[in-house]
Design a protein around this ligand. Structure first.
Ligand SMILES: [Cu+2]
Length: 224
């Protein structure tokens, strides 16, 4: 092989390795789900709308598993974003609406059937107030929880009819869970998650989507 050919081969090899490294960093380390930014409206309050789905459509999660998942609606475009990362202002009332498309999965511990940390200590299922939900016997069935342990916030989410399983769903029948809470004065990342072990086919249901950002766990970033 001539010197020129060797040099050319070396250059190509160096670029191939560098390109692979850049791809790995960008795709696996920096390529996480986006953060949906919620600014306070004229009322000084924030409205966050999410949905839960038994699975995610392949189109919604290209190159990722089609696990059970939350989606968050972008306030500016109305598009459903496959993420569990959102940002809200500090010391602000957040009004949350969760459309429940998934069917029933009871809480394993009735502790997670209690509504805590919300304004008035209450959540609403289709407009009806609930405070402690017995997900085993009804009258309401639950599917997931929305909990921010750092704020002692927990809301069991009412089960839906499961007529649409591959999210994000639009226009299908669903449950509607609403509640409000105050964001803290202290800025920072507040972890939130579901406490119903809904990771089907994982050990005790706690793997997979339960521990993956973008599915059943995420962060609420509180901006200053
Ligand atoms: Cu869940």
């Amino acid at each position: 092989m001539s010197l020129a050919a060797r040099v050319a081969t070396l250059i190509v090899a160096v670029f191939a390795v560098a390109g692979g490294a850049i791809f790995a960093v960008a795709h696996y380390l920096l390529g996480g789900p986006p953060t949906v930014d919620f600014a306070a409206g004229p009322s000084g309050q924030v409205s966050v709308v999410m949905q839960t789905d038994a699975s995610s459509s392949p189109a919604a999660v290209p190159d990722h598993p089609t696990w059970v998942s939350y989606f968050i609606r972008a306030p500016a475009t109305g598009r459903w974003i496959h993420t569990t990362l959102f940002q809200v202002p500090a010391h602000t009332r957040v009004n949350v609406t969760i459309f429940g498309y998934d069917g029933s999965t009871p809480v394993r511990n009735q502790y997670w059937g209690q509504v805590t940390g919300t304004v008035g200590g209450v959540a609403h299922y289709g407009g009806k107030p609930v405070q402690t939900v017995n997900g085993w016997n009804g009258p309401y069935l639950v599917q997931h929880t929305f909990a921010i342990p750092g704020l002692n916030l927990n809301v069991p989410v009412e089960a839906g009819p499961a007529t649409c399983t591959a999210g994000p769903c639009t226009g299908n029948a669903h449950s509607t869970t609403t509640f409000s809470f105050e964001t803290p004065a202290q800025p920072g990342a507040y972890r939130w998650q579901c406490f119903v072990p809904c990771g089907l086919s994982y050990l005790d249901g706690n793997g997979g989507p339960m521990q993956t950002i973008g599915y059943m766990t995420g962060n609420m970033q509180v901006a200053s």
